[in-house]
Write a protein that binds this ligand. Structure first.
Ligand code: ZN
Ligand code: ZN
Length: 60
């Protein structure tokens, strides 16, 4: 069992989504509230970093 990083409840590993940047675990319910983890595979925190990096590359 793995603990959801957001709500702290435990779920089987295969039901959780993980941020591929920081490894935070999201249960299906918390993933519903954080669409970035479902759509992009990263949590909202890491998505900000992601976007910042994209902006940076546009400057080149
Ligand atoms: Zn949760
Ligand atoms: Zn993350």
């Amino acid at each position: 069992m793995v603990r959801c990083s957001v709500c702290g409840r435990e779920f089987p590993e295969n039901r959780l989504l993980r941020c591929y940047e920081c490894g935070k675990a999201y249960c299906p319910e918390c993933a519903e509230r954080n669409p970035t983890i479902k759509e992009l595979g990263v949590c909202p925190d890491c998505e900000e970093v992601f976007e910042t990096e994209e902006d940076y590359w546009e400057w080149e």
